[in-house]
Design a binder for this molecule. Structure first.
Ligand SMILES: [Zn+2]
Length: 122
């Protein structure tokens, strides 16, 4: 019974998403959700056993790629949708920026510099 209700809720959500996508001219692509946690987004190999939910890191036994479980699944879905997953997220090897770090190309503040002051130095 609970399973039927959950399936109905998923179906209603899917219908609503498709309808909203059409209404707003968005590209909606449905993908088969089977084995998205077992397939490697990098090489396409499939593990023999499903990862337990407690295992948060996907490690491909074929190509050796290591990726957070959910990100690997998201990339698998992008590939299945015919999209290129490499530009989908801004992966930074060291994680989010720490205070004092900066994005490449954006100059760091000098000591005591006030970016909000209006005076010009000439
Ligand atoms: Zn792989």
């Amino acid at each position: 019974m609970a399973r039927k209700a959950a399936d109905a809720a998923i179906g209603a959500t899917k219908t609503a998403l498709i309808e909203m996508g059409r209404k707003h001219g968005r590209d909606i692509r449905l993908v088969n959700p089977a084995h998205t946690t077992m397939d490697c987004a990098s090489c396409g190999a499939r593990t023999k056993h499903a990862l337990p939910l407690s295992e948060r890191t996907y490690t491909c036994t074929a190509c050796g790629v290591v990726s957070p479980r959910d990100k690997n699944s998201a990339r698998v879905m992008l590939v299945r949708a015919g999209l290129n997953p490499t530009g989908a997220d801004r992966v930074r090897a060291g994680g989010p920026l720490l205070p004092g770090q900066r994005e490449p190309g954006i100059p760091a503040l000098q000591g005591g510099e006030d970016v909000n002051s209006r005076h010009t130095s000439a």
